[in-house]
Write a protein that binds this ligand. Structure first.
Ligand code: CAA
Ligand code: FAD
Length: 384
């Protein structure tokens, strides 16, 4: 797993994507961000523009209306957008790396025509529904059922914490068909919004990423046609795990962006704020904080780019993705806390943005597999 042979030189195309994302974040996401966070207001107009600019289906083949870009381009965009607005980047991450990727990699041609094309262009947003009230980390313990009724499945159960839950036009729903077969009896079904019996439940009131919408989804005798199953019968759990391997690179990039965004604000502030007759940057205690932040963020960046590069090179990236997410999410939590400290009292109020990034950072240690689960994944790979 060393870096040998991995070329981190970014191409002209990579730099152009990075710049486009940076501009978009500054001009479209920064205005109104404090208000959206306060009001838990979904960035509808901003997400529509993200779709127009190609940020919602970046890696999808142009054949299905996507950008046909590599994973490195994707993490560069997520990183830039997360420096400003991690709520927008989670909406983007779920749509790109869980929903679009899952459909493109494992869906049928008919499923791609019907669902991937509108999802890749952002005409429609997708949700990925694995977690349940009683099954988060322990994801094989599914209570939601998808009973085989011949030409359709009958879905019953509750999904929890679903990102894009209230806004999605389509949901990928993991459910148990044959309990005796345990995780090999689980399926993933594509369920359209408006299907009778499919109801959007409570919206969560959250610590961070407050402008993203997180809902429970309720399924009561929902009839889903057989052609909406992804992969063979019993492939659903493998589908979820395989998709999450790539999703974790997106969340690692989100965490990296949060850390880097807070660091950039703190560096600037430290050169402007004066105490004891000089800029606080001139106090070595503050310089050392920034030096350490810059170093750890760079280390996180290398792990994130490495995982992305491995995926692009079709090499095994399971462990690299877990390491990137584990490390970058810890750096996000730590660096945002330091950024608040460097801002002093101003860091504690909303206008200076770092308190929001600190609140937003926390979730990166929890979703798409908690830090403890990433360690479990890494440890299993050590002896595989
Ligand atoms: N990649 C591919 N396949 C994998 C895999 C991986 N990383 N991890 C496990 N599998 C496969 C195994 O090969 C096995 O299949 P076979 O028996 O057919 O070989 C099957 O999955 C079951 O694996 P285990 O026996 O290891 O299962 P386990 O119950 O001991 O542990 C786990 C599995 C790794 C802990 C898993 O449950 C897990 O990842 N939990 C975390 C769930 C999670 O990440 N949820 C995120 C929800 S989405 C989200 O959060 C989105 C968002 O916020 C924005
Ligand atoms: P639990 O699994 O109950 O874990 C509680 C604690 O126990 C954690 O610290 C955990 O690490 C630890 N733990 C559990 N098992 C072990 C073990 N074996 N070894 C060591 N420690 C362990 N899910 C989706 O499916 N789709 C989404 O779009 C989605 N979006 C989300 C958005 C938000 C804002 C939030 C908060 C959650 C979202 N989730 C989503 C759910 C998220 O993936 C789960 O919350 C997460 O996987 C943890 O599950 P849990 O909350 O049930 O915690």
């Amino acid at each position: 797993h060393d870096l040998q042979g991995l070329n981190f030189n970014l191409s002209e195309e990579h730099l152009a994507v990075q710049e486009a994302a940076r501009d978009f974040a500054q001009t479209e996401l920064l205005p109104g961000i404090v208000e959206r966070d306060n009001a838990q207001q979904f960035p509808t107009e901003q997400v529509r523009k993200m779709g127009e600019l190609g940020f919602l289906g970046m890696m999808v083949s142009p054949e299905y209306g996507g950008g046909g870009m590599d994973t490195v381009s994707y993490v560069l965009a997520i990183e830039e957008i997360s420096k400003i607005d991690p709520s927008a980047s989670v909406i983007m991450s779920v749509n790109n790396s869980l929903v679009c990727y899952g459909l493109e990699a494992f869906g049928t041609e008919e499923q791609k025509q019907k669902y991937l094309i509108p999802l890749a262009s952002g005409q429609m947003i997708g949700a990925f529904c694995l977690s349940e009230p009683e099954a988060g980390s322990d994801a094989t313990s599914q209570s939601t059922t998808a009973e085989d009724r011949g030409d359709h499945y009958l879905v019953n159960g509750t999904k929890n914490w679903i990102t894009n839950g209230g806004t999605s036009g389509v949901a990928l729903v993991i459910a148990q068909t044959d309990r005796e077969k345990k995780h090999r009896g689980i399926n993933c079904l594509i369920v359209e919004k408006g299907t009778p019996g499919f109801v959007v439940g409570k919206k969560e009131d959250k610590l961070g990423i407050r402008a993203s919408d997180t809902h429970s989804l309720l399924f009561t005798d929902v009839k889903v046609p057989k052609e909406n199953r992804i992969g063979d019968d019993g492939f659903g759990f493998k589908f979820a795990m395989s998709t999450l391997n790539g999703g974790r690179i997106g969340i690692a990039a989100q965490a990296l962006g949060i850390a880097a965004g807070a660091y950039e604000l703190a560096l600037k502030y430290s050169q402007e704020r004066k105490a004891f007759g000089k800029a606080i940057f001139e106090h070595q205690a503050i310089q050392f904080k920034l030096a350490e932040m810059a170093t750890r963020i760079e280390a996180a960046r290398l792990l994130v780019y490495k995982a992305a590069r491995l995926k692009d090179e079709h090499k095994d990236y399971v462990q690299a993705a877990a390491m990137a997410k584990l490390f970058a999410s810890d750096i996000a939590m730590w660096a945002t806390t330091e950024a608040v400290q460097i801002h002093g009292g101003y860091g504690f109020v909303k206008e200076f943005h770092v308190e929001r990034l600190m609140r937003d950072a926390k979730i990166t240690q929890i979703y798409e597999g908690t830090s403890e689960i990433q360690k479990l994944v890494i440890a299993r790979e050590l002896v595989r």
